[in-house]
Design a binder for this molecule. Structure first.
Ligand code: SF4
Length: 363
């Protein structure tokens, strides 16, 4: 990297931000630590325009740490439905409970104390302290990684520990002495609106004069892509067990693993038999079975192919064993927090409720 005066990068960025940056995001008014925290966690995997309505609903329902900590996890997950990566919502809830128990219901102002909380990593802690308190902390979210990988021509994939270390050093070295809240927003805005992933607008960029990738005309090569590894495919069935009242059985997923804490129809591993599972696990007898079109859902480490099986039972089922982990829901009722593909499946089922189940299937 060439010797660029530190203030130069920050100063140009701040001047650009004053004119072109985003000054009316809902978490900027007011810019409290709580609101910055919620927005930062929502923005970890999601774009600003998607986050805004979720943020507004979330802080209206849970305006502070105490309200969030005392809320039922189901209510938190319900407001998160559609944003994906539900571990973020579970971590927000757990972190709020820790803040209530250990920090008087406030976000700690100490960097190390923030890092102890679930779901708060180095970049999120830095963003909270810089934006809410003007403290001198660097950030390195996805947008900033891309800007700095290009600006300093870091050739390795930013997820590699060596590249990550280098990018953190660069990010810290470029911090200005003042206006940390604005600077943090400015570098995120630059990544979101100018140094974009596909078509960076270098001609409009305030730091193009010493951007190493731009000077070398090799912008398209940065950041280096993640080394390719094919995601394995997992197969499973979703059992849409329907009782005589037309209700579907849902179970709460265990906290760890896919869709942790959300409500979901029972899942059946590949090659397992639905009739046997119904009999052995629930004491239920299958009357009819209908195969619905399969669904695909991509997780970070694998792809799931889900075969929905619509199942009718023999006799009337009156109760479930444990209301906190199982429940019958009517398709016409507002469902609890469901994983996105299951919510879509419920929508399709709702539209087809007029269609009868097929003739009894012999198990
Ligand atoms: Fe990104 Fe181009 Fe600006 Fe470099 S000059 S930081 S590549 S927009």
């Amino acid at each position: 990297m060439s010797a660029v005066p530190i203030a130069s990068f920050a100063q140009r960025l701040l001047t650009w931000f004053d004119q072109h940056g985003r000054h009316d995001l809902p978490w900027q008014h007011p810019r409290s630590a709580y609101r910055v925290w919620i927005s930062e966690v929502m923005l970890q995997q999601t774009q600003v325009k998607t986050v805004i309505p979720y943020f507004e609903k979330f802080v209206a329902r849970f305006p502070d740490v105490t309200t969030l900590a005392k809320a039922a996890l189901d209510d938190v997950l319900l407001l998160w439905a559609g944003l994906g990566y539900y571990a973020r919502a579970r971590n927000l809830h757990r972190a709020a409970q820790q803040m209530l128990a250990q920090h008087g219901g406030e976000l700690p102002q100490d960097f190390e104390a923030l890092l102890q909380l679930p779901g708060i990593g180095r970049s999120t802690a830095g963003a909270i302290l810089a934006q809410a308190h003007g403290a001198r902390h660097a950030i390195l979210d996805g947008n900033v990684k891309r800007v700095l990988a290009r600006y300093a021509a870091v050739g390795e994939w930013p997820g590699h520990p060596r590249a990550s270390l280098q990018l953190w050093e660069i990010s810290e070295s470029l911090l200005p002495p003042q206006r940390l809240a604005d600077y943090t927003q400015a570098i995120m805005d630059l990544g979101a609106s100018v140094c974009t992933r596909r078509v960076p607008a270098c001609l409009r960029c305030p730091v193009s004069a010493d951007c190493q990738a731009h000077i070398a005309q090799r912008v398209a090569e940065y950041p280096a892509p993640k080394p390719r590894r094919d995601r394995p495919l997992r197969l499973a069935s979703a059992l849409l067990i329907e009782n005589a009242a037309g209700e579907i059985l849902l179970e709460r997923r265990p906290p760890a693993g896919i869709w942790g804490g959300l409500w979901c129809p029972p899942l059946l591993e590949e090659n397992a038999d639905a009739a046997t599972m119904l009999r052995e696990r629930y004491g239920l007898q299958l009357a009819a079975l209908q195969t619905l079109p399969t669904l695909r859902h991509a997780f970070t480490h694998f792809e799931l192919q889900l075969q929905p099986l619509r199942i009718q039972l023999v006799g009337i089922i009156h109760s479930v064993r444990d209301a906190s982990s199982q429940r019958w829901v009517k398709l016409s009722d507002a469902p609890p927090a469901l994983p996105t593909p299951i919510a879509r499946l419920f929508q399709q089922l709702k539209m087809s409720t007029d269609q009868p189940c097929p003739e009894p299937f012999t198990a």
